[in-house]
Design a protein around this ligand. Structure first.
Ligand code: NZQ
Ligand code: ZN
Length: 390
């Protein structure tokens, strides 16, 4: 196991009705003038936004609002949010929604106290200062409610890039599984896929002697394989929703990723799919992960075989190569069984897109021509992986 530091100061409040504590919690974490950020309407329609605003009012907190965050959130709204924060002396940003809303809120929070262009952080500058952010999560997926990360798409060039820093870990996150019951099966499945991908990106490691985190990841994946289909089949299954919601947080606050190298090639390859086709991030990952693993497993057949045996129950008597391939197939079948796509054709993609996808993934916005993860990938390797998605 490698040396690590782990700092995860988010205050989690989990369970039915807890969003009504929003005002109390903002106050507890020092907010008095709040920017409430939300998405395209689900939080308005469900009445959640109204309950949150009432709770803030009840606690004597002044609030301003910024709606309209789109999935695969864009830089334009971030600039708008930064302007509001500066003009209104906002001291706290409250995200009501999913990963896109939370990531927009984090970008606004960092940009509002930074003299330069907030995009500097998405070009690699670490975020060391930001307004405090709180979240009220409405979809279990990205794990942004407990992570130090934010992913934004820059409109000029449609570059989708991430920024990080402990300063943008949420001060608090309210997790009420009931709020996710309005998600349609497709969105639910996208979330489950993303959660599983966050676990697998950590599982595919070049570090040795990492039994504790291996076993944590395997346990969470097994829970997703059991609980995921229940929530897809019955959106009102509170207990399945609750298990998925906590797994989504655990998958990405890095408690399962400490002390080991991590992969993230699939996320980097997927980000170009959601940037080009505007598909859901989880759907893009369902297409990417099996294609990537079918290319990369030879790098460490024993590790992929371990994943296949422990997570997918592949028989012990198979040799490592057979087990690894069977595991990758089981993963693909699981994604298909919950309604996820398996080819880029399902997003309207064709062979003609491959050169562009690979070029942007490898060179876009300052990259040096390679992707570095479990395996090092050249532009030709990345093209081959995209080809396996046709
Ligand atoms: O905008 P509204 O109307 O709210 O609709 C949203 C949106 O259309 C809808 N939705 C959310 N909660 C709902 C609901 N519909 C009905 N009932 C509810 N309770 O779901 C759609 C997707 O929302 P979005 O926030 O985009 O989903 P998700 O949480 O999957 O976030 C995806 C974004 O997170 C990034 C992705 O790249 C993508 O841009 N990621 C962020 C990470 C991080 N910050 O740590 C890590 C991830 O790997 C990921 O890259
Ligand atoms: Zn993800």
């Amino acid at each position: 196991m490698e040396n690590f530091t782990f700092y995860s100061p988010t205050y989690f409040v989990f369970g039915k009705g807890e969003e009504n504590k929003a005002g109390e919690l903002v106050k507890k974490f020092g907010g008095s003038r709040v920017l409430v950020v939300y998405g395209g309407g689900s939080a308005v329609k469900s009445g959640l936004l109204g309950r949150v605003t009432d709770s803030l009012k009840g606690a004597g907190i002044e609030s301003f609002s910024l709606g309209g965050v789109k999935p695969n959130p864009r830089s334009g709204l971030v600039y708008e949010g930064i302007d509001i924060c500066r003009k209104e002396n906002v001291d706290f940003v409250l995200a009501v929604g999913g990963g896109s809303v939370i990531d927009t809120s984090k970008a606004i929070a960092a940009g509002a106290v930074y003299d330069g262009d907030f995009w500097d952080f998405y070009m690699g500058k670490r975020i060391t200062e930001a307004l405090p952010v709180g979240t009220i999560l409405t979809i279990s997926a990205a794990g942004s409610e407990g992570s130090p990360d934010s992913v934004i798409t820059k409109e000029e060039g449609m570059f989708k890039r991430g920024a990080s820093g402990d300063a943008i870990r949420p001060a608090f996150s309210i997790l009420n599984p009931e709020l996710t019951q309005s998600l349609p099966p497709y969105q639910t499945a996208c979330g489950i896929t993303d959660i599983m991908a966050h676990l697998m990106e950590r599982y595919m490691t070049n570090s040795s002697d990492v039994q504790t985190t291996d076993r944590m990841i395997e346990g969470l994946l097994l829970a997703m394989i059991e609980e995921g289909p229940k929530a897809v089949a019955n959106p009102d299954d509170y207990e399945a929703r609750a298990n998925i919601m906590w797994a989504g947080m655990m998958a990405h606050n890095n408690s399962c990723g400490v002390g080991r190298s991590q992969d993230w090639n699939s996320h980097n390859i997927e980000h170009e799919l959601s940037a080009l086709y505007d598909c859901a991030h989880g759907a893009g990952l369902a297409v990417t992960f099996p294609a990537y693993l079918s290319f990369a497993y030879k790098h460490d057949v024993a590790r992929v075989a371990q994943f296949a045996r422990r997570v997918w129950g592949c028989p012990e008597e198979l040799d490592d190569e057979e087990a690894a391939l069977m595991g990758i197939e089981s993963l693909r079948e699981f994604f298909t069984s919950i309604g996820m796509p398996s080819t880029i054709g399902e997003f309207g993609g064709t062979e003609a897109d491959i050169d562009k996808l690979a070029n942007v993934a490898c060179y876009g916005d300052g990259r040096d021509g390679k992707l570095y993860g479990f395996v090092e990938l050249s532009e030709d390797d990345v093209k081959e992986i995209y080809r396996r998605m046709l």
